[in-house]
Ligand binder design. Sequence first.
Ligand code: GLA
Length: 577
Amino acid sequence: MKLDVRKTAAAVAASATVASAAVAGKKIKKKTFCPICSVKKLANKVKISQCTETGYNNGVALTPPMGWSSWNLFRHKINEDLIKEIADAMVKSGLADCGYKYVNIDDCWQASSRDANGKLQCDKVNFPGGIKALADYVNSKGVKLGIYSSNGTHTCEDYPASLRHERIDAETFAEWGIEYFKYDFCHNVPISSLAPRIIAVSVADNDTGEVLARFEADKMKLKGMARIVPDEGCDTKMYVDGLDSGAGSIVVPFEASKAGEYLIHLDIRKDSRKGGKFTMVKVNGREEAHIYCPSRKNWTPEGKLMESVHLDEGMNTIELINPVGSRADSAAIQYKLMGRELKRATKKYAEANGTEEKPIVYSICEWGFNFPWRWGAEAGNLWRTTPDIGASWGSFLGIYERNIPLAKYACPGAWNDPDMLEVGNGNLTIDENIAHFSLWCMMCAPLILGNDVRKFIKEDGSVDTENKIYQILTNKTMIGINQDFLGVQCRREKFGIADVLVKPLENSKIAVCVFNKGSKEASVKLEFAKYAKLGYVNLPDKEYYNVHDVWADKHIENISNITAKVPRHGAKVYIVE
Ligand code: GLA
């Protein structure tokens, strides 16, 4: 659906440009019909994005999120005062006005245990006012607060984390007024691809526990490889096997007199296979519950498992399945679960308090280990595509190389995340800082600052507009390229010592970036009409273009080409129309 909107917008923009050019009497190059070019252009168009209607769709991050995070520079040395000072500086310096809206607390905000109610709590020494009050403070300045946890038993710095605590943690974050959530992958425990062997499935009343229906193996519908195994060891003399790795599933019908919460009981046949087992309960195709079965001691042959599920009024189709065939399946299921809980929690909180819902930008951070670009758009708003960035040329170059081929997976609301910015950190030269920022803007990367933005405020309280890093980060034209509503990540059109990247923009414009990876100045000739032929852009095919050299802030009218002279480790960016 999004794709259609985008195509329509692009088509309207394209025809408008042609019309206005004609009115202005500009020369529009007459096209000769080239069937091969048309087919190529069509083929490319389809590849522009893989985003579909099944996206996460929480209504936020429709352009790449922008903000700041504590991790890159401050690591564990964080506290309430720092976060407040950063929020103040974001506003005072004008960064917030440029779009940098999220102030994100990364790892190390937590106390080392949950509270008496099982909720995550902050370290009371470093955050004496608590996170809710901090969110209120940050909000009062006009910016938003973000927080961090891990899809594991502990965070990367070994604090309590959210795996198997998804609901309570999502509700806690919603109560605190959090609007950005980064979900890491340290201490993850993958879901087993083994499924329990099932003797009977029952549906019971959620309040009284009364069993409303019970299905033994011969009364279940068995799909795929699921099969009945005769067994003298259990009372019913049989159980169902063949459910591992999504090979088969069990389906039972249940007519509910009213919609609501019910209990699903599983009678299982204990077995000696090592490790835990897992089954998912789907109701009418919806993922309703995850049932984990611990590794068993086999003193008795049978065991019981129970979870509550929501049933619809009328006939329900209840399916038991373990779809985990790989580590990537496991990660996708776990990340999607948290995504659903975040949406549920913000809605619940808003309804209970009569307030406007504050959707949470959901940032998946499993470092690109489980192909998150394949499932991330359904799970959340952005997904890390690489391991951690460092403040060095080699680090951001390597990350760029990994992120650039993933363009087709990004679209509004769903972004590849090559990690937070190191602009202004370490020993990056000014040209390297410019290149780093340019690449992230071209790649529709989230722009999450990692430097100490308090340094942009001088002692007398005024903004240090002469600061080169400040100038880079507040270059509104560059930010505009990143935030362009088409939301199309750049493609690499030329690969070499100097790469050429092309990003379609609204109103039939494009941004072209020349990125010099070499250790000497590079000279690259750009012929603009060539880019009009690319299937994924709407640049009109004509002889002369108006060009804006973004970093030099120079406009050049009516040119057909330009020779970009790019310093070592630097980048030049042009907007062409
Ligand atoms: C991982 C993440 C980083 C940061 C740290 C915090 O390494 O990839 O971005 O959040 O954990 O411990």
